[in-house]
Design a protein around this ligand. Structure first.
Ligand code: IPM
Ligand code: MN
Length: 372
């Protein structure tokens, strides 16, 4: 297959983790005989520094022309504590989501057998957890009208949803549930918010097309508690933009590290794949950032274009790396010498040489080549 992939590394650890995902994609193209072409573009703080804009037109054009997009991370502390900043790195990602119509954000949450001990939650609570969050991505309070009074003392952000915006993601979430354990939980705040009551009404209507899927509802405050108390109850969670942002960070604790979680943002025409973590500026350049979320985002990208065997081969590489503790310090307390680069090298090597007999186990923790 020929594929043009736009790569937007972004800020902080974005470039270093994306580099590993690209390395893994290269191994895939070699092993499975595909041609992947990459087009890099600026976004976020690094784009503001060079062009004055968080999403330069050139970047948008590259994304519009590409088949799929691999995104790193954005954000820079120099903007975080400056409420007066006119342009913010995050606008780059939000504008991109809106411009490409990426209204469905899919965030799979899974407890890896190899990492059950690493989560701050008890093993018996997280063992076997496997659910997916469907987060609405181009509406709600993120995109509603923003106001600041002239005296700067009153501010508001409008949370608005239309029936159509709810319907389209609800259909995707129900379809996903049909292919899973056939349960969908709508997370909202319908006891307080009018917009949530519209979500309930529309989702209940859409559910009539999916008789085989059981639908239930949870208020977001209760959902936040249930995610920690009994995460196994969930199969597909459907929710609006802001609630999805918050509960997906919370859910990442189940897997042991936010550095493992990938996501896909899809619309009618375009698709973008990105880790759910941020730019982690404190870790930039230190070689400690976990590249697995970016590598698994690349796997979701391949899945999206129908390359299932290829995606499975990435998953095998990731599982093997976790098993052998070829992992960065966030999930690895036994070996603190494994860098971002080494994890990428190992997973790429494993794709090229999936037969264990080619692996030099002695070299693995010495930081040397893993291939004999
Ligand atoms: C995410 C991030 C973004 C969001 C930020 C960087 C704008 O936290 O993708 O979850 O809030 O959507
Ligand atoms: Mn977030």
């Amino acid at each position: 297959m020929k594929l043009t992939i736009a790569i937007l590394p972004g800020d902080g650890i974005g470039p270093e983790v994306t580099k590993q995902a690209k390395k893994v994609l290269e191994a895939i193209s070699h092993q499975f005989d595909h041609t992947f072409m990459y087009k890099e573009a600026l976004v976020g703080a690094s784009a503001i520094d060079k062009t004055g804009e968080a999403l330069p037109q050139k970047t948008l054009d590259i994304c519009l022309d590409a088949d799929v997009i691999l995104f790193g991370a954005i954000g820079d502390p120099k903007y975080d504590n400056n409420p007066a900043a006119k342009v913010r790195p995050e606008q780059g990602l939000l504008q991109l989501r809106k411009a490409l119509g990426l209204f469905t954000n899919i965030r799979p949450i899974k407890a890896y057998e190899q990492l059950l001990e690493k989560s701050p939650l008890k093993k018996k609570i997280i063992k076997g957890v496997d659910f997916t969050i469907y987060r609405e991505l181009t509406g709600g309070i993120y995109f509603g009208e923003k106001k600041l009074s002239d005296d700067g003392k009153t501010a508001s952000d409008l949370c608005e949803y239309t029936e159509e915006e709810i319907e389209r993601i609800a259909h995707s979430a129900f379809k996903a549930a049909q292919n899973r354990r056939k349960k969908l939980t709508l997370v909202d705040k319908a006891n307080v918010l009018e917009s949530s009551r519209l979500w309930r009404k529309v989702v209940a209507n859409v559910s009539k097309n999916y008789d085989d899927v059981a639908l239930d509802y949870l208020f977001v405050d209760n959902a936040a508690m249930q995610l920690i108390l009994n995460p196994k109850q969930f199969d597909v969670i459907l929710t609006e933009n802001m609630f999805g942002d918050i509960i997906s960070d919370e859910a990442s604790v189940i897997g042991g590290s936010i550095g493992l979680l990938a996501s896909a943002s899809t619309g009618k025409k375009y698709a973008l794949f990105e880790p759910i973590h941020g730019s982690f500026p404190q870790a930039k350049g230190k070689g400690i950032a976990n590249p697995v979320a970016s590598i698994l985002s690349a796997a979701m990208l391949l899945e999206h274009v129908g390359l299932h065997e290829e995606a499975a081969s990435i998953h095998k590489g990731v599982e093997k790396s976790l098993k052998l503790k070829i992992s960065t310090p966030d999930v690895n307390t036994d070996y603190d010498t494994i860098t971002t680069e080494k994890v990428g090298d190992f997973i790429a090597d494993y794709i090229l040489y999936p037969d264990d007999s080619n692996l030099n186990f002695h070299n693995i923790h010495l930081g040397q080549s893993t291939i004999i």
